[in-house]
Design a protein around this ligand. Structure first.
Ligand code: ADP
Length: 216
């Protein structure tokens, strides 16, 4: 099973949900850069203070801040442990920095899963998306409801809509995705590491595709 895996895809493509399933069922070490950043903001740490205004506007947090956070996260893992990274890298310079950082430890990315989905579908998903402010678990008002309406299945706390999930901020996040993150598709395809997943298919079918890509 491939253990150093990147999940790539536009906002709302469902990669966070897939990542949570992989973590639950197969013990993957899931990391979401967005979740780590939001936690730093809540803690009002130095990184959080630098990141907050970018998060609120739906813009990318500067590479240096994100790299500092992600390298800290990876360094804290026991040696040889893999990861499933959702939301990082998000720019070519982050991808190059990650490759160099891994190479300096004799490691490399094993696989990149690209979740492809038309924009209209993603916008629909984001509009109904609700998250647990405590554990970060993601739900959807129509397609992925919690057992008790409006409450997290794990924590029981009230679900919220992320501040950057409102329509104008979502539009901006899409623009930024096309300009800054989409080039990573070609970058990893050229390395022979990319598998494209049709993110409009039902979750179980996507999981099958993901598992066969990771077993290769
Ligand atoms: P989504 O995938 O739905 O856009 P995330 O939780 O991955 O949501 O990211 C939310 C926000 O966190 C982004 O809009 C951006 O401000 C910031 N962020 C997350 N990851 C990165 C990254 N690798 N580089 C820069 N900013 C990031």
């Amino acid at each position: 099973m491939r253990r150093r895996v990147i999940l790539l895809g536009p906002p709302g493509s469902g990669k966070g949900t897939i990542a949570a399933r992989l973590q639950e069922n197969f013990g993957f070490n899931h990391v979401s850069s967005g979740q780590l950043l939001r936690r730093e903001v809540e803690l009002d740490s130095a990184v959080g203070r630098r990141a907050k205004s970018f998060l609120d506007r739906g813009e990318l947090v500067p590479d240096q801040t994100v790299l500092e956070l992600m390298e800290r996260w990876m360094d804290a893992m026991p040696p040889g442990t893999g990861f499933l990274s959702d939301g990082f890298p998000r720019t070519l310079s982050q991808a190059r920095a990650l490759d160099e950082w891994l190479a300096s430890r004799g490691q490399a990315i094993d696989a990149v899963l690209f979740f492809n989905c038309p924009e209209a579908v993603m916008i629909e998903r984001i509009a109904g998306r609700r998250v647990c402010p405590q554990c970060g678990r993601v739900y959807h008002q129509v397609t992925l409801q919690s057992r008790v309406a409006g409450r997290c299945d794990e924590c029981g706390v009230a679900l919220v809509q992320r501040e950057d999930d409102t329509a104008p901020v979502v539009r901006k996040r899409f623009e930024i995705y096309s300009r800054q993150t989409e080039p990573l598709v070609a970058y990893y395809r050229a390395q022979g590491k990319l598998t494209e997943i049709d993110a409009t298919r039902p979750l179980d079918a996507q999981m099958d595709d993901v598992m066969s890509a990771l077993a290769k």
